[in-house]
Ligand binder design. Structure first.
Ligand SMILES: Cc1cc2nc3c(=O)[nH]c(=O)nc-3n(C[C@H](O)[C@H](O)[C@H](O)COP(=O)(O)O)c2cc1C
Length: 200
């Protein structure tokens, strides 16, 4: 099979990319609007950009041509808490992706507990083991739709003490939930170790 991306419709390209670029980490993103109303939603077009300073990339699509609440909030307030959901958070995390009206608080709608952040105004999810408080560095429009791509600098890490040892996260303790294609998700229980050869 050979595929020219230009031959694909937008939904075909989305389906293909989402099912081959797996597993994807999930950013569970808490923001507030300019009036301080909270918003929470997951995004898997997400990744690390650099570690010094720790910087993340988040790509938010548009809904019928309109910016999603997360994009509007980030553009208005420049702040977001990015959580890494565990398997224990998976149902609630997916529930927060529903098409709630702007201004609906997904924390209370999905039975989650907001707790104050250290450096920024949006609350973090008390039920999540990892929360990164971030400030928007830049915003770019990418693609035909287009997508709103945000670069976010991490200002503060919250990590549950139970899963932190010696500068590292306990993989099994975190039990991070990853996104596959469609409605499929995965966890990180089948871990393999491969040492890298040192040539010099
Ligand atoms: C696991 C998961 C990952 C998602 N990833 C993305 C993504 O990368 N980009 C995107 O635009 N929407 C993504 N969505 C859909 C958004 O979560 C959904 O559109 C949500 O309603 C946006 O909320 P907001 O309008 O409050 O920002 C994802 C949904 C789920 C369940």
């Amino acid at each position: 099979m050979e595929i020219d991306p230009k031959s694909l419709k937008n939904n075909e390209s989305y389906k293909l990319l989402c099912s081959l670029l797996i597993p994807r980490p999930i950013a569970w993103v808490s923001t507030i609007n300019s009036e301080g109303k909270p918003n929470l939603a997951p995004f898997s077009f997400f990744g690390a950009v650099t570690s010094a300073p720790p910087t993340l990339m988040l790509s938010v699509g548009r809904r019928k041509g309109q910016l999603k609440d997360t994009s509007n909030n980030l553009l208005a307030t420049k702040e977001a808490v990015v959580h890494i959901p565990s398997q224990a958070n998976a149902n609630a995390m997916v529930a927060t992706s529903a098409d709630f009206e702007a201004g609906i608080d997904e924390f209370s709608a999905c039975g989650l507990t907001p707790t104050p952040s250290q450096c920024i105004k949006p609350a973090r999810v008390a039920e999540a083991a990892i929360a990164m408080e971030t400030r928007m560095l830049s915003h770019q429009l990418i693609g035909n739709a287009p997508s709103d791509v945000f670069f976010l600098e991490v200002l503060h890490f919250y990590i549950d003490d139970k899963i932190y040892t010696d500068g590292k996260i306990d993989t099994l303790g975190l039990d991070a939930c990853g996104r596959l294609g469609g409605d499929e998700y995965c966890t990180t229980t089948n871990i393999i170790q491969i040492a890298r050869r040192v040539l010099k």
